[in-house]
Design a protein around this ligand. Structure first.
Ligand SMILES: Nc1ncnc2c1ncn2[C@@H]1O[C@H](COP(=O)(O)OP(=O)(O)OP(=O)(O)O)[C@@H](O)[C@H]1O
Ligand SMILES: [Mg+2]
Length: 248
């Protein structure tokens, strides 16, 4: 069977700057991959390439057997994606936005509304009925974006920093939700800076630094016995800089 996601020598340059540098890996269906790395490492760019939001400079990507460049629409139909900037239509209310997203996926309004109720209830998102997304709090916007990514029941889900700005209670619920999806065979890819989330959720990790893949595989194979993910992370991409300022 085709992999859920396959990158072959993927490079993305912005002018002379290389954001993603010859990255190759294969994620089987049903896998749960945590993409970690420092600010500016190339995580979001990698996800944008995989979700057909950006075109690679070189190399190729396949999602569920489809070439991401040649069959971008087929890919977009089959995946759920929460981009870094969430890409919401902020002049709509949350429910209006979900109607928009759901209809694009060909769902009936009744189905959209029932799923929205379930998602909002699970995530404890209760916006004022007429409030525009523009006036939602940051965490509320994240919840709308996550709801939009899951609405059509995709078999492959990409989430760029889904836990950032989310309160600890909802974070707990979201972890259970994502683990439950994986049990149902859904393939998940997420980025996060919260290493505890990766340790709790992701059997597979990819460590990216300066656009290069520094490690890929099961966490237990990458780390030494007894080594935590933080220690592994610091070993692979850490710096020895002291946290000091010259004028203080
Ligand atoms: N459209 C763009 N034009 C120019 N440079 C870009 C563009 N998008 C990303 N970059 C650069 O590519 C590098 C990787 O960015 P990316 O957003 O992938 O990092 P990241 O790993 O997601 O970081 P963070 O953890 O801060 O979200 C950065 O140096 C960024 O400035
Ligand atoms: Mg990012």
């Amino acid at each position: 069977m085709e992999a859920a996601l396959e990158l072959a020598h993927v490079t993305k340059r912005f002018g002379t700057f290389t954001a993603v540098d010859d990255v190759s890996f294969r994620l089987e269906r049903g896998g749960f991959l945590g993409l970690v790395g420092r600010n500016g490492a190339g995580k979001s760019t990698t996800l944008k390439l995989a979700t057909a939001l950006m075109v690679p400079t070189a190399g190729s990507l396949k999602v569920l057997g489809y070439d991401v460049q040649a069959d971008a629409l087929e890919v977009k139909r089959r995946i759920g994606a929460m981009p870094e900037d969430m890409a919401l239509l902020e002049m709509l209310t949350g429910p209006q936005y979900l109607r928009f997203v759901g209809r694009m996926h060909g769902l009936e309004d009744q189905v959209i509304d029932a799923r929205r109720d379930e998602l909002f209830s699970l995530l404890e998102l209760a916006p004022a009925p007429r409030a525009l997304i523009a006036d939602y709090s940051f965490g509320m916007k994240k919840k709308v974006a996550l709801s939009a990514a899951l609405l059509h029941g995709p078999q492959l889900v990409f989430l760029d920093e889904p836990f950032e700005g989310i309160d600890p209670v909802t974070r707990r619920v979201m972890k259970d939700l994502l683990l439950g999806l994986q049990k149902k065979g859904v393939t998940l890819v997420l980025t996060t800076h919260i290493l505890e989330v990766v340790e709790a959720l992701c059997p597979l990790i990819a460590i990216i630094d300066g656009g290069k893949l520094k490690g890929f595989g099961p966490l237990d194979e990458l780390r030494k016995p007894g080594q935590g993910l933080e220690a592994l992370f610091l070993e692979l991409v850490g710096s020895t800089r002291a946290g000091e300022l010259s004028w203080w």
